[in-house]
Structure formats: C-alpha cells, structure tokens
Design a protein around this ligand. Structure first.
Ligand SMILES: C[C@@H](C(=O)O)C(=O)SCCNC(=O)CCNC(=O)[C@H](O)C(C)(C)COP(=O)(O)OP(=O)(O)OC[C@H]1O[C@@H](n2cnc3c(N)ncnc32)[C@H](O)[C@@H]1OP(=O)(O)O
Length: 199
C-alpha cells in the first residue's frame, strides 16, 4: 500500500524494514519505492542487513509515526496589505481573497490562490503581533514562513521534540484554514520558520 504522502525514508521506514519484510531476493516497501536485493549464491555469506535495520535492536521502541505532506502555503509579511493584495491580483493576475482578521494569531491575512499551493500575505493585527518585529527588521516585507502539511501533528511534534527541534507553543492552535497548526523555531530549521499543519 502506498504511503499517503511521497517523502524521503524516515524512522517509520526503519520500523517497517525491521519487521522482516526485507529478505534476500524479496521485495520490500521503502518510502513508497520497491527495494530489491539481488539473490546471493549459497556459498556467499548472507548480505548484511540494511543500515536502517541495524540501527534499531528488536527491543528498542521507535519514535511516533508521522509523514510529511505537501507544501500548504508560503507566507509573506507585508507592510501594506492592500498594496500587496493589488500586486498579486492586478499585476500578476492571481485569485486573491478579501483580508481576513485572525486576532488569535495577531495577523490579518489575504490568501493568494496559485493552484498547486497558496500564498498568505500577513499583516500585523493588534499590539502583540508576532510579525511586528519581523517587519521592523524587514521594512519592505519578505518571506516569513513556509507551511507543510503533516498527517499527525501530535506525533510530529513529539518526534521533533526528541530530535531537539523546538516548537514555538506548547499546543497546536487552529490556523488560518481551520486546522491545527504549530510553528517550529527558525533556528532549529536552517533559518526558516516552519509551520506544520494537520492535513
Ligand atoms: C494564521 C497562521 C496560519 O498560517 O495558519 C499564521 O500564519 S500566524 C503567523 C504569525 N505567527 C507566528 O509567526 C508564530 C510563530 N512565531 C514566533 O513565535 C516568533 O515570530 C518568532 C519566530 C519566535 C520570532 O520572535 P521575535 O520576532 O520576537 O524574535 P526575534 O526577532 O528576537 O527573533 C529571534 C531570531 O529568529 C529570527 N527570526 C525571527 N522571525 C523569523 C522568521 N520569520 N524567519 C526566520 N528567522 C526569523 C530572528 O532574525 C532572530 O535571529 P537572530 O537572533 O539571529 O537575529
């Protein structure tokens, strides 16, 4: 059965492999691809198991299972929401929404529909907006975060915590699309603020 999302092999692959599906000459599931190991002759010693299987002993418990999905949106912080909206709508010819206030996130948002993904134009709302500091440093605005879907946000956060990737809140909040979201610290994600959204 194909996994729900195409992705690079992860810890859950190690577990699937460990379950013993990877026999000499047999086909085994591996991140949606079929892996085939050539048969060895009877005289040759059996080939070593794959590296991922060797890293987990039979009594070790692997981390929670979750999968990364599609890019949900790219968010741009903008100093003038109407001007930015007009640029995407009138200059680039994109379909854009009206401005939506999201007081619980401290932002007003305009959605730009790109067919294969979306953009979110973010403007500060209220005194405590988390994007106010960003716009002070980047007066003309700029890319603020990317949002990637996951199939199990709780499992993702637990797993990432074990890998020392900090979440920016204790719990997921309901995001702009009515689904649970959580942000990961940009310093732990290669300088990019990453939002995970439950698909
Ligand atoms: C509606 C919802 C949705 O889509 O569903 C949303 O979008 S809500 C969108 C708005 N909500 C959020 O962004 C929530 C998560 N964000 C936060 O908690 C915050 O904005 C932080 C990311 C922690 C930044 O906080 P703050 O601006 O107070 O701290 P700061 O200026 O001292 O930044 C700490 C360090 O992180 C860097 N930094 C700050 N913002 C960054 C960003 N967007 N991308 C990459 N790096 C960033 C700074 O340059 C600094 O690095 P240096 O120390 O090297 O100078």
């Amino acid at each position: 059965v194909a996994p729900p999302f195409g992705r690079a092999p992860g810890p859950s692959d190690a577990r699937r492999t460990q379950r013993g599906a990877f026999q000499d000459g047999a086909r085994a599931e591996g991140g949606g691809r079929e892996l085939v190991r050539p048969r060895t002759s009877a005289k040759e010693p059996p080939a070593a198991p794959p590296l991922v299987a060797r890293t987990l002993s039979s009594h070790q418990v692997a981390g929670p299972v979750w999968n990364l999905g599609r890019l949900n949106h790219v968010a741009i912080a903008v100093p003038d929401l109407e001007k930015a909206k007009a640029f995407y709508e009138n200059v680039l010819g994109a379909q854009v929404s009206e401005a939506v206030p999201l007081p619980e996130h401290g932002v007003s948002v305009v959605f730009v529909n790109l067919g294969n993904t979306k953009m979110e134009l973010l403007h500060p709302l209220g005194n405590e907006s988390p994007i106010a500091g960003f716009l002070q440093k980047n007066k003309a605005g700029g890319m603020h975060h990317i949002c990637i879907e996951v199939d199990d946000i709780k499992a993702a956060v637990m797993d990432l915590k074990e890998k020392k990737i900090r979440s920016l809140s204790e719990e997921a909040k309901i995001g702009a699309h009515g689904k649970p979201v959580i942000f990961l610290h940009p310093k732990d994600c290669g300088g990019v603020l990453v939002e995970l959204e439950q698909a």
